[in-house]
Write a protein that binds this ligand. Structure first.
Ligand code: IPE
Ligand code: IPE
Ligand code: MG
Length: 228
């Protein structure tokens, strides 16, 4: 049976979930935020150590300003509202991505939550915010080129140690909701040997029951990592 240390999820389908119900897309995002909470608590209670959730990509700025503004407000509201969830469940909060571009209240809240939960030991829940894998790798190279290493023998591990995910293990299982079979610039380096699972379920309808079933099938897979 495979161990599940690091679960990553591309939370897709909020807008379509709302649209087929004749509701504005923002209702889908609101419902989606509730699911984030349920899934996070479930993971903490089921001994998963790392949960990384794709919440806003470097490409999502292309959306209409009203939707982007709504998502930024929702994110701040979510973090404020859920602070107690992190505290009561011993969950460590982390953000990856380029958060420099966010407004000050949001940046401050992210830092405050990271700081107040940094000693927590059950689950590390990471939100990927203004995250793009190519952007992450590019930022990493910029950092390394400013202070080039003396020798290149361990370059692979040096790169890994300078990514936003430097203190996380590789992803074991990547789930994408919403029916699309693509990665959309998420954790390209870290999913090298992850098992991939695509479900048609829109994120607001995703449940702990479905997650538990996916994990059961993941545990039975034969992972060979190139060996026999
Ligand atoms: C995912 O849902 C959430 C974000 C990308 C912020 P979408 O908003 O992409 O929903 P669909 O894919 O349009 O249904
Ligand atoms: C991926 O979903 C990003 C997040 C879930 C945050 P998108 O909806 O942005 O991806 P594409 O545009 O369908 O590839
Ligand atoms: Mg989408």
């Amino acid at each position: 049976m495979n161990n599940l240390n690091h679960l990553a999820i591309i939370m897709d389908g909020n807008g379509r979930w709302a649209q087929i119900r004749n509701k504005p897309r923002k209702i889908g995002h609101q419902e989606g935020a509730k699911v984030v909470r349920d899934i996070t608590i479930w993971c903490a209670k089921n001994s998963i150590k790392y949960l990384t959730l794709f919440a806003f990509s470097t490409e999502n700025w292309k959306r209409p300003k009203a939707e982007v503004d709504f998502l930024m407000k929702l994110l701040l509201k979510y973090l404020k509202k859920e602070k107690n969830t992190y505290l009561q469940n011993n969950i460590r909060f982390k953000a990856i991505g380029n958060i420099e571009v966010f407004n000050n209240p949001l940046k401050d809240m992210i830092c405050e939550l990271e700081e107040s939960t940094k000693m927590h030991t059950s689950l590390t829940q990471t939100l990927a915010l203004n995250y793009g894998s190519r952007d992450e790798i590019t930022r990493t190279f910029k950092k390394l080129l400013k202070n080039p290493p003396q020798e290149l023998e361990n370059l692979e591990s040096l790169i890994a140690k300078n990514l936003d995910t430097c203190d996380f293990p590789d992803v074991d299982l990547l789930i994408r909701t919403g029916g699309e079979m693509r990665i959309s610039n998420f954790l390209l380096w870290q999913i090298s040997y992850a098992e991939l699972y695509f479900t048609p379920t829109y994120w607001p309808e995703f449940s702990t029951t479905e997650l538990s079933d996916i994990i059961k099938s993941y545990k039975k897979k034969e992972r060979r990592f190139g060996g026999l």
